[in-house]
Design a protein around this ligand. Structure first.
Ligand code: BGC
Length: 842
């Protein structure tokens, strides 16, 4: 940021002199602090609701030291706009959609917009970007992170970080390191042992670290968040093996622990490099206050930590505050209800959604829409369009207001060029209506004083239905401890033969079993997501229902509902009738995946696959729009003409998809994550790898993550990494490779050979000599170009030595391999028309 201070430095406060280096200023101010002033900087305090409005802008807060001119730190999420329940903010597309743009400039602009809105709420530390690698498509936070590829992650993570920090805020790339699953993220058992990721050194260096290394080295991030999980036996926030790298990469800022449960100790954390504990105080699981003034003083008195340790921590907290302008240009505390929306941010949100939507399939040129009659189908095409996560740090749709329905935007975009009908087709992904009391035979509830249905029930009683609002079933039961469980049993006589849908909505681990078979399952640690399942039942044939609920170890509210839909083809039949009458059918489908819970399968929830099948059978010109977290299985893929994946696109969902469907905008997104063809042949599709056995997840696939795995094993994915079609076509030619300084430069020409203008993301992949033992190819460059029909452009990719190196686990260092390398350029990881061999040693 700017180096001119907003005020002159008084002689007795030399650290306010912006002419000095951030490091000098940090040292001076540390020397001027009292012991208590220092210690109080090391954990969050509760001075949260500064405005008394009942709404807090800071999910983490550390009071400033007014006498020294140090502002408070006010931290908040999130990844796709200002989250944590803030209103008056822009809902941006999910970051994975941002990654699908492969557009560094757009991600820098996005970082700036994010920074501006956070600052408008009085925050000066943004808890973003999330840059963990997508190791399994089931990861609950897939939408929030960027990619399965370390290079793409590094490039875009750096762009977002730079954007945020250019406005004088601190960015906090997270969660360091190997935070790749929600399963057991907060832990299990009496000690809440979190998952231990056992990751080979080479995989850490080549896959899991590069994003963090880049945001530190190139992005100059002021802060890094350490993760909930363990890495190779040590909790990430007390892990010398992982945290020790930060200093080597030149990090001058602070490490903050993920909220409540990432911080597990006092001295080991201090020694490993954890600077700030958040949010402060005793955690909900009853963990001690590890960085309280009392605990830190005691540890120092025992000699477990030293004064120099504490001074170092404080210095790392204030250095980025000086370097990035938080002290010289303080961001004023603001009303948490302030409206920070900006028309330019809406334009940006829509642009990211347009550029990040990926055209996966377009048979017979079904898109852009030319038809005169179009049937738009799906609950998701209406007011319930899925645009964001509803939990975690995302901007919730209810906090933005009612969003435009895609069907209305499509109608508006086509005007009188086509007639558009709408059919809902499905009840969608929201919780289904509660199963009524009349459906149960003898519903009995048993409440246990243990989290796992052990021991005699504390209370056994008859209940009418399973539909509890916020207070939950626990409210009416005396004497339940904080960890408890319950089991409901009943008979059920199906009134009709057919497919029954059930949904479970609640926090905790919940399973619905019918005749002993699991029909719906909500994994542990879930936030309140509705989870759906279907089962075929015969009329009059009594079945046994059992619902098992355990609240351990969840932080969610206690609400719980068993929802259902008896067999009913009416909605699907209506959709089929509409599809039959139209030239083209566009079906919108969705899922809802979120922080706190991994997916248990890759299917579309509820009856949406059945809906697509039925519509596709009625109309071969069916186009599917996916509003999904990422990969889904698409068993109907070959029966539909077009597929667009639009992720969770933020509040401009309707207008952006209408522009793309109608050809006002030309799709140009590319997949930042492989869409697998099944859920058994992927890199982590083995229980020992994911979700792990006991509390251990073994990353035995090593460096073969994402497309690296599919390429190395010769497995055809549904859609490969980097894939994305356009309404125009591009041709590649003229690959040239030349030495450039210490590295190399690769160039090629991309030409728009089609009839409409469009953007192409040219991708460069490197294949190393066999001796390096690397997967067949790795992304090492990309360039987005906009081309009018008939025009061409030169794309240029710099390649440094590091890009051509592998991590040698014997030398513990990067090495060039001996022999012949190959560079390839093209439009996806599996469409690479240009190639050239070269030997970097010559
Ligand atoms: C998440 C972090 C987030 C923090 C504060 C945690 O549960 O893992 O990503 O920044 O909460 O909201």
């Amino acid at each position: 940021m700017a180096t001119t201070p907003a005020f002159a430095a008084p002689a007795d406060k030399p650290w306010l002199d912006a002419a000095r280096t951030p490091e000098q200023r940090a040292e001076l101010v540390v020397a001027a602090m009292t012991d208590d002033e220092k210690l109080k900087l090391l954990q969050g305090d509760t001075e949260l609701d500064a405005n008394g409005t009942g709404v807090n802008a800071c999910v983490g807060h550390i009071s400033g030291i007014a006498r020294l001119g140090l502002p408070r730190l006010c931290m908040g999420d999130g990844p796709a706009g200002v989250g944590n329940g803030m209103k008056g903010v822009t809902q941006f597309p999910a970051p994975v959609m941002g990654a699908a743009t492969f557009d560094r400039d757009l991600m820098t602009a996005y970082g700036k917009a994010l920074g501006a809105e956070h600052a408008g709420k009085g925050r000066n530390v943004v808890l973003a970007p999330t840059i963990n690698i997508i190791r399994t498509p089931k990861w609950g936070r897939l939408a929030e992170t960027l990619s399965e590829d370390p290079y793409l992650t590094a490039q875009l993570g750096t762009a977002i970080t730079g954007g945020i920090q250019s406005l004088g805020l601190i960015a906090t790339p997270k969660h360091f390191a190997a935070n790749n699953q929600e399963w057991l993220r907060l832990g299990d058992g009496p000690a809440y042992e979190a998952v231990d990721a056992i990751v080979p050194e080479r995989a850490l260096r080549e896959i899991y670290y590069p994003g963090f290394e880049a945001v530190v080295k190139q992005g100059k991030a002021g802060s890094i968040m350490c993760a909930y999980n363990r890495v190779n036996g040590h909790y990430a926030c007390e892990n010398p093996g992982t945290l020790g790298n930060l200093k080597r990469w030149g990090f001058d800022g602070f490490v903050v622990a993920d909220w409540y449960f990432a911080h597990r100790s006092t001295a080991p954390s201090v020694k490993a490099g954890l600077d700030i504990s958040m949010p402060g105080g005793v955690s909900p699981f009853g963990f001690a206050e590890f960085y309280g003034v009392k605990e830190l003083k005691a540890a120092r008195a025992r000699g477990a930590i030293t004064q120099a340790d504490i001074d170092g921590m404080v210095k790392r907290i204030v250095t980025p505050m000086f370097r990035l302008g938080l002290v010289d240009h303080p961001i004023a505390a603001a009303d948490a209800n302030a409206n920070v929306r900006d028309p330019a941010h809406l334009v940006l949100s829509e642009k990211i959604a347009e550029e990040g939507t990926v055209l996966l399939r377009n048979e017979r040129g079904v898109l852009p829409l030319k038809a005169k009659t179009i049937a738009v189908i799906g609950d998701d095409a209406g007011a319930n369009v899925q645009t964001s996560e509803r939990y975690g740090g995302f901007v919730k749709t209810e906090d933005v207001g009612t969003l435009k329905a895609p069907v209305d935007a499509i109608k508006a975009a086509l005007g009188d060029k086509a007639s558009v009908t709408y059919a809902r087709g499905t009840l969608g992904i929201a919780p289904l209506p509660a199963m009524p009391a009349s459906a149960f035979e003898g519903l009995t509830a048993r409440y246990y004083a243990s989290p796992d249905w052990k021991g005699e029930p504390l209370v056994t009683r008859k209940e009418a239905s399973i539909d509890y609002a916020e207070a939950g079933p626990k409210a009416g039961v005396q004497g339940l401890p904080s960890l408890w469980s319950a089991r409901w049993t009943a008979g059920f006589v199906p009134p009709k033969t057919g497919t029954y849908r059930f949904s479970l909505n609640g926090g905790g681990e919940i399973a619905l079993l019918i005749d002993g078979k699991r029909v719906v399952y909500v994994p542990k640690q879930s936030f309140r997501l509705a989870t759906h399942g279907t089962v075929w039942l015969e009329a009059g044939k009594r079945v046994a229902l059992q619902l098992d609920y355990s609240n351990a170890p969840t932080l969610s509210a206690n609400e719980l509902r068993l929802g259902w839909q008896a067999p009913d083809r009416a909605l699907i039949d209506e959709a089929v009738a509409a599809a039959k009458k139209a030239e083209v059918a566009v079906v919108f489908v969705a899922d809802h995946v979120s922080e706190g819970a991994d997916r248990t399968d890759l299917k579309l929830p509820g009856d949406q696959d059945a809906l697509v099948e039925a519509v596709a059978a009625a109309n071969p010109n069916t186009v599917v729009v996916l509003h999904t977290v990422g990969p889904v299985l698409m068993p109907w893929r070959d029966k539909v003409a077009g597929i667009l994946t639009a992720w969770y696109p933020g509040e401009q969902a309707a207008d952006s998809i209408a522009a793309l469907l109608t050809g006002k905008a030309n799709p140009s997104g590319k997949l930042p994550v492989t869409f697998p063809a099944d859920e058994v042949n992927g890199p982590a599709d083995q229980p020992a790898r994911y979700p792990g056995i006991g509390t251990t997840a073994r990353y035995d696939e090593g460096i073969l993550v994402g497309y690296r795995w599919y390429d190395a094993k010769g497995i055809a994915p549904l859609y490969p990494f980097g894939h994305g079609l356009s309404y125009t076509s591009f041709a590649y030619s003229g690959l040239k490779l030349s030495k450039s300084g210490d590295g190399w430069s690769v160039r090629a020409t991309v030409r728009n050979t089609g009839k409409v203008s469009g953007d192409e993301v040219a991708q460069l992949y490197v294949s190393m000599p066999a001796a390096a033992n690397e997967p067949p190819r790795q992304l090492k460059g990309f360039a987005r170009v906009s081309l009018q029909p008939g025009k061409s452009a030169t794309v240029e990719f710099p390649l440094d030595r590091r890009a051509l190196s592998y991590w040698d686990e014997t030398a513990h260092d990067w090495q060039l391999a001996e022999g012949s390398y190959r560079v390839q350029i093209g439009s996806s990881s599996r469409d690479l028309p240009l190639g050239k061999d070269f030997d970097p040693a010559r």
